[in-house]
Design a protein around this ligand. Structure first.
Ligand code: NAD
Ligand code: 2HG
Length: 410
């Protein structure tokens, strides 16, 4: 259990890894947060364990693994910001148990991914990757053999969410037929048609593009059997997560000439920094476009993400708002005026709230506003009280059984 009095903003230490965009740093500065440490690459678990006790906020992208061990050493950590969409690199369950909300940017890079995939699809349909490689070797592959227009072809989108839907709209503008498969019922945009099964999508599509999150169900979702279901000469694009495709099976299918080409942006194991070697069974296969997980890496996306996630962290730090946290009960809070705000994170067990209220009754402190949100395991209650009363209440609240963490904001 940890108990904290609000710190002056200039004492709050923020660690930003993986080249989080300067727009985030500007947001923190504008709001009075000045203790910011920036690194251009990820940190290993050992490196984090050695330094994490110093920081109140951590900002990462997709390469930094925040494990249970890291959270166990993060005594001051208030919140985590994933400056990206995916949060699979964070043990979000462990974060909850330490009372740490995790925020991300669910939309800001989706257009960038959709545009890259669209461009790759056209390149693959025209067999540009192998022609490009041939030119680099001094060869001249001027032929229309196997090169096709996008117009009239069928694009199969697996995972019809923010990226999949935008891609579908862009593809229809090129005159493509769009089909999609999703585990949820989704509104079809444009003329897109929903397919009942993944197998039927694979059997119908000239190009298959994957846009699912990393979950136990999407692990190796495209393996030898699924590749065999794809039409001979069809194309596969994966800009979702590296664990979704069996790359050895894909390499075998490409070498056998069944799948004609692929564009892969994400890998089961990715280098930690730009100086580490990239290892993949797809290296050296001419008809494959390989990119280093840059689907969302545009200036526009990174700048927007920097602002979006920094603002979420600042809001949580300044007023306790957890709106859009991925692992925490969500509370949208107004700014407190002429009062102190107590934040109490606890196990959602019978009697805890009653005991919290008894603390106020025993100390004769009036709660001017109270906000509560719970899920099956966690409770988050925010209470505004008169200035000068918060410290005494905080000292008692920490003793309420089931308390994970409490904090006061002035
Ligand atoms: N390459 C990059 O740089 C990059 C950038 C952004 C996002 N991503 C990845 O792309 C993924 C998709 O992003 P998004 O913004 O479209 O997410 P989203 O949550 O909006 O959409 C994902 C869709 O997949 C569906 N889905 C989940 N499990 C499924 C399954 N087993 N079968 C079929 N459909 C399933 C969901 O119902 C949802 O509609 C992210 O989770 C992230 O991992 C990669
Ligand atoms: O920028 C990154 O490192 C990750 C991009 C992407 O995979 C995401 O999850 O948003």
């Amino acid at each position: 259990m940890s108990q904290e009095y609000s710190l002056a903003k200039e004492k709050i230490k923020i660690l930003l890894l993986e080249g989080v965009h300067e727009s985030a740093v500007e947001c923190f500065y504008q709001q009075g947060y000045t203790e910011i440490v920036q690194h251009s690459s990820a940190m290993s678990e050992e490196e984090l364990i050695a330094c994490v006790h110093e920081y109140h906020f951590i900002g990462i992208r997709s390469r930094t693994q925040l494990t249970e061990q890291v959270f166990a050493h993060a005594k001051k950590l208030i919140a985590v910001g994933c400056f990206c969409i995916g949060t699979n690199q964070v043990d979000t369950v462990a974060a909850r148990t330490y009372g740490v909300p995790v925020f991300n940017a669910p939309f800001s890079n989706t257009r960038s991914v959709a545009e890259l995939v669209l461009a790759e699809m056209i390149m693959l349909l025209r067999k540009v990757p192998e022609k490009n490689m041939a030119c680099h070797r001094g060869e001249w592959l001027k032929t229309a053999q196997g090169a096709h227009e996008a117009r009239g072809k069928t694009l199969g989108i697996v995972g019809y969410g923010h990226i999949g839907t935008q891609l579908g709209i862009l593809a229809e503008l090129l005159g493509m037929q769009v089909v999609f498969y999703d585990i949820e019922t989704k509104l079809s945009l444009g003329n897109a048609r929903s397919m009942k099964t993944l197998d039927s999508l694979l059997a119908h599509s000239d190009v298959v593009s994957l846009h699912v999150p990393e979950t136990p169900q999407t692990q190796l979702m495209i393996g030898p059997e699924q590749l065999a279901q794809m039409k001979p000469g069809s194309l596969l694009i994966n800009a979702s997560r590296g664990t979704v495709v069996d790359l050895d099976a894909l390499a075998a299918s490409l070498k056998a000439g069944h799948v004609a080409g692929a564009a892969i942006d994400v890998f089961p194991v990715e280098p930690k920094s730009n100086t580490d070697e990239f290892i993949s069974p797809l290296r050296g296969i001419d008809q494959v476009i390989l990119t280093p997980h840059v689907g969302g890496s545009t200036q526009e996306a990174q700048e927007n993400i920097g602002v979006e996630v920094a603002q979420k962290l600042i809001k949580y730090s300044d007023n306790g708002s957890t709106l859009s946290a991925v692992n925490f009960p969500e509370v949208a809070l107004p700014t407190q005026h002429d009062s102190s705000r107590l934040l109490h994170i606890h196990l959602n067990k019978p009697g805890v709230l009653n005991q919290i209220n008894q603390v106020f009754a025993a100390l004769n402190v009036n709660i001017t506003s109270q906000y509560l949100q719970t899920d099956s395991e966690l409770g988050y209650v925010v209470m505004d009280v008169e200035h000068g009363k918060a410290k005494a209440v905080l000292n008692e609240l920490k003793n309420v059984p089931g308390t994970i963490r409490c904090r006061v904001l002035h």
